[in-house]
Design a protein around this ligand. Structure first.
Ligand code: SAM
Length: 255
């Protein structure tokens, strides 16, 4: 067979795209496939980077907890403001705590409610606090006051605490928080008490409201509720229930 001109000059014939539609189609197909593989690869790398960043941001909790839940758990819903000592004493007194009671301090801050209750009545207690740094301070206070056999402090969101075992709740949290806690309060035993500083539970009749001066001569309110809660939808929202007594002398409870 006669050698072609190309073979004679030692060159391979390269077909022009216009000459061979078959060759042209397979080249385009190969290009399309390569482009598709490239796009998929970039997509995969982006996804991988997203996963790594998110996992790093939420410190490994990504697989076990939804992000929203995690944000809610780590964010305090109220600032750390300390209750004056004479008001703490009055709250413990009003709650009528005995040594057989289990006292929960919701949003315990430095632990003053539950530590005072344990020191004055020998009751057992648990303080729940969401801020890790404040938890450390509260635990130091438990040790410093020698009540480590009676009191423990837990780093926990108050909205996740099971209140069924508590006989007494001492609390200084915002009004909306108390309202959101109602379903948890409702699960408490009959005869259990809730004593709240400065904020009342909307739509619930208190058993007692005290108004008294703190050690800086500022007026403070204390609300006592006994379980089961007495709900009254007719109560005006945003309006504090009337005090039965105004106590200028914070050292004694008014009748
Ligand atoms: C107003 S301070 C009261 C501190 C203390 N009980 C007192 O009266 O001195 C409220 C405390 O609740 C904590 N806190 C806010 N939101 C919380 C939540 N969702 N779960 C647990 N603690 C929370 C805050 O970090 C703060 O220490």
């Amino acid at each position: 067979m006669a050698a072609s001109l190309w073979e004679k000059v030692g060159l391979e014939k390269v077909s022009h795209p216009m000459e061979s539609p078959v060759t042209n189609t397979s080249t385009e197909k190969a290009l399309r496939q390569r482009r598709l593989v490239g796009i998929l690869l970039i997509g995969f790398v982006c996804l991988l980077v997203g996963f790594v960043l998110r996992a790093a941001l939420y410190q490994g909790a990504f697989w076990s907890e939804p992000a929203e839940d995690l944000i809610q758990r780590t964010k305090p819903n109220a600032p750390f403001i300390k209750t004056p000592n004479n008001i703490v004493d009055k709250m413990v007194q009003l709650a009528n705590i005995s040594k057989d009671d289990l006292v929960y301090d919701l949003g315990c801050g430095d632990g003053r409610y539950v530590i005072t209750a344990a020191m004055q009545t020998a009751c057992h207690g648990v303080g729940y606090e969401i801020e890790p740094e404040i938890v450390v301070v509260a635990r130091q206070n438990v040790m410093a006051h020698g009540v480590e056999d009676l009191v423990r402090i837990e780093e926990q969101d108050v909205f996740k605490v099971d209140l069924r075992d508590a006989d007494v709740i001492l609390v200084y949290l915002l009004k909306w928080m108390l309202e959101d806690l109602i379903p948890q309060f409702d699960a408490m035993k009959a005869g259990s008490r809730i004593v709240s500083h400065d904020f009342w539970i909307e739509g619930v009749e208190p058993d007692e409201v005290l108004e008294l001066e703190d050690d800086q001569q500022e007026m403070r309110s204390i609300f006592l509720y006994t379980l089961p809660l007495t709900k009254n939808p007719a109560m005006e929202r945003g309006k504090p229930p009337k005090p039965r007594s105004v106590d200028k002398d914070a050292n004694k409870i008014s009748p």
